[in-house]
Design a protein around this ligand. Structure first.
Ligand code: WT7
Length: 661
């Protein structure tokens, strides 16, 4: 367990301006305190009130929370709704049909806009196409597409007919895609011919073909292919169908499938402490409520705002803050296909200027890399752009270091925009601990206080509260509507991962350490307390990477993976590898290291490539044979001398591990 015990030195705080307070949906600390008190006084009545205000129900719910089979909590279960109806039809019914829903900017800069009416028509036709090929309520549909209007449409179309989507990030390899398709038992895969990022054309359809050829995906009946680049791709009719051919003959309206609030809206795979990713299952009603509510309170979205979340739809941030939340509020949002550094590192800032973005949400790792770029390439500096449209900034995915926070605040926000440092997880569905722009005094590096209705706290290993100012384990004491419902196909793992017996199954365990400020109670997240790494905001299990390495059976005998700090990516992956052959040195070691990186990229995806690889004839183990991970973490940091190695079986290998490839 690596939880911090030393409080942070008193930093500068940034209270919200009076204007921000006056105009915000949650206006001032007293308004926040009232919401918190309302939730504390009657948790269920509080969430029921908001569920009625933010969601249009086909059939109203009569029961709020069913905790009879905890921790398999159910919210609003006898209520029925449709997520796509709530995001599209409902907005059109209130007169927003001609409002721009999405401003899409392609990798090459081409801009396409769709109104709410356009989007509804595209979603309906896609939904009809899915129905035509036999997709039914509850069927799983895997979406392997890049950032596009079509990607959002695909997700919304699934929601419209009650099919459960599972988006797989376009950077995952065929192996990883195969594992996810097989685990969901998907009947259809939606993909595109290719994706375009940073001027490069990359395969999608070919990867799907590879995944299906690996076997285990017999449930898949069809692959529907959208044209992005028009490249020649392998095509195997009747399994493969061009999406455009199907859409051409579809009606432009589609009756939504009204589902129970508990009907699964989607599965999204994320890494845990074992080699096998977990299919996090989300509900329709509770999830949609939190998606909309957090957009309303945390991002303070108003009708005239232009919201831009730079995340990919392959991650939960893209689900909640691209596909569902902003649309549920009838907002206008930017969707971007490309990468922040193409054609140059001023891309984000130019796009904010061109599209008059008012609320901007990105990841600390992107900010850190753009700081570096701005320092080395003056043309990429944000000072060259007019960013005066911005009014709120947000970050997500990992702790933001105070220096990056300050730069974001000064150079992007012009010193006037509050920064919402939003702590949450794939499993939580939406923001859990976050400043609200018109409420909190901001402290760089702290995600401030829980979202109203979220009972987050810090406890010790026995589940007892720890005093403010002392580090501990982050838990959530009461269920909340957007919480994970189960792990697809593995309810036992759901229970043991999130409601462990250590706390008698009472608390949701986030898997992070945290510390609350001794005076304000503000939370600072101190990092994962399990074997999960966070590299550029991407979550990866050390075990997952270890299994990928040892599956290279020709070369690798044993492998251990740990994280170390990295200034740009937050954490970096360090692999310690024992080869089957002799200990490699020099060029040979460099070549093998590069081969192993390629291997891992093929097994999982390029994001999982180890940054450092160190070889040895053996891994440092205790006499009882346990790998000394704590020691490996020190070696990875480059500090071996301070370690107690007296229990080490074979101290000589420490020298071998000194060399990084
Ligand atoms: C893990 C969840 C939340 C959507 C994107 C990542 C870390 C996330 C913060 C933050 C410090 C953060 C935690 C968490 N994390 N946001 N604002 N401050 N840490 O979702 O892949 O499920 O990862 O990301 O460690 O457990 P995810």
């Amino acid at each position: 367990m690596h939880t911090a015990t030393t409080p942070v030195a008193t930093p500068t705080t940034y209270p919200p301006s009076q204007k921000t307070v006056r105009n915000a949906h949650v206006s001032g600390r007293a308004a926040y305190d009232r919401l918190v008190a309302e939730a504390e006084a009657d948790h269920e009545a509080y969430w029921a009130r908001l569920a009625r205000e933010f969601i249009t129900w086909k059939k109203p719910f009569t029961k709020v929370l069913d905790d009879s089979n905890a921790p398999f909590y159910k919210w609003f279960e006898d209520g029925t709704l449709n997520a796509s109806y709530n995001c599209l039809d409902r907005n059109i019914e209130r007169g927003l049909g001609q409002k721009t829903a999405i401003v899409f900017e392609a990798d090459d800069g081409a801009v396409t806009q769709v109104t709410y009416a356009d989007l509804l028509e595209r979603v309906c036709r896609t939904a009809n196409a899915l129905r035509l090929i036999g997709v039914k309520k509850g069927d799983r549909v895997v979406i392997y597409m890049s950032m596009s209007i079509d990607g959002v449409v695909a997700m919304q179309a699934c929601a419209r007919i009650g099919a459960i989507h599972s988006v797989v990030f376009g950077g995952f390899s065929s192996q990883a895609l195969r594992d996810r398709i097989a685990d969901t038992g998907a009947v259809v895969v939606l993909t595109a011919d290719q994706q375009v990022r940073g001027g490069k054309h990359l395969p999608l359809k070919a990867v799907v073909d590879e995944a299906l050829a690996l076997g285990g995906c017999e449930s898949v009946r069809h692959v529907l292919v959208t044209k992005r680049t028009g490249a020649e791709v392998p095509f195997e009719a009747p399994r493969d169908q061009w999406m455009a051919d199907l859409l051409a003959v579809q009606p432009t309206t589609c009756e939504p499938e009204w589902v129970s609030a508990e009907h699964p809206l989607f599965l999204l795979y994320t890494s845990g402490s074992t080699g096998k990713p977990k299919g996090v299952q989300h509900s329709t009603g509770g999830y949609l409520l939190h998606a909309a509510l957090t957009c309303y309170w945390t991002f303070d979205l108003k009708p005239e705002d232009v919201f831009w979340c730079t995340a990919d739809i392959g991650w939960v941030t893209g689900h909640t803050y691209i596909t569902y939340g902003p649309l549920a509020l009838g907002a206008t949002e930017v969707v971007f296909e490309g990468i922040p550094t193409y054609p140059d590192a001023g891309r984000f800032w130019r796009m904010i200027q061109d599209h008059l973005v008012t609320v901007f949400y990105t990841a600390p790792t992107a900010i850190r890399s753009l700081i570096k770029a701005a320092e080395s390439t003056p043309a990429a500096h944000p000072r060259n752009y007019d960013l005066s449209s911005l009014r709120i900034l947000g970050t997500v995915g990992e702790p933001i270091n105070p220096a990056a926070w300050q730069w974001y605040h000064d150079h992007i926000g012009g010193g006037r925009c509050p920064i919402v440092d939003t702590f949450w997880q794939t499993e939580t569905g939406g923001h859990m601990i976050t400043p609200l722009p018109g409420v909190h005094d901001l402290v760089p590096g702290s995600c401030s206080l829980p979202f109203p209705g979220i009972s987050a706290d810090v406890v010790d290993e026995a589940g007892n509260p720890v005093p403010w100012g002392q580090g501990g384990i982050l838990v959530v004491k009461k269920p909340w509507p957007a919480m994970i419902r189960t792990i697809w196909g593995d309810p036992e793992r759901f229970k043991s991962s999130y409601y462990p017996q250590d706390f008698q199954g009472r608390y949701y365990l986030a898997g992070d350490g945290a510390i609350r400020d001794a005076e304000t109670g503000n939370f600072t997240i101190t990092g994962r307390i399990d074997d999960v790494l966070n590299v550029s905001g991407h979550r990866m299990g050390t075990m997952e990477i270890e299994s990928a390495l040892v599956s290279c059976t020709e070369l690798v005998a044993e492998a251990a993976v740990v994280g170390r700090h990295d200034d740009t990516t937050g954490e970096a992956i360090c692999a310690f590898v024992v080869l089957k052959g002799a200990l490699p040195v020099g060029d040979q070691a460099t070549a093998i290291a590069s081969e192993l990186r390629t291997w891992v990229a093929r097994e999982i995806g390029p994001i999982a490539k180890p940054k450092d690889i160190r070889f040895a004839e053996n891994l440092p183990k205790t006499r009882s044979g346990k790998i000394m991970r704590r020691l490996l973490r020190s070696v990875a940091k480059g500090e071996t001398s301070t370690q107690d190695t007296s229990t080490l079986e074979n101290p000589a290998i420490l020298e071998q591990l000194g060399q990084v490839y």
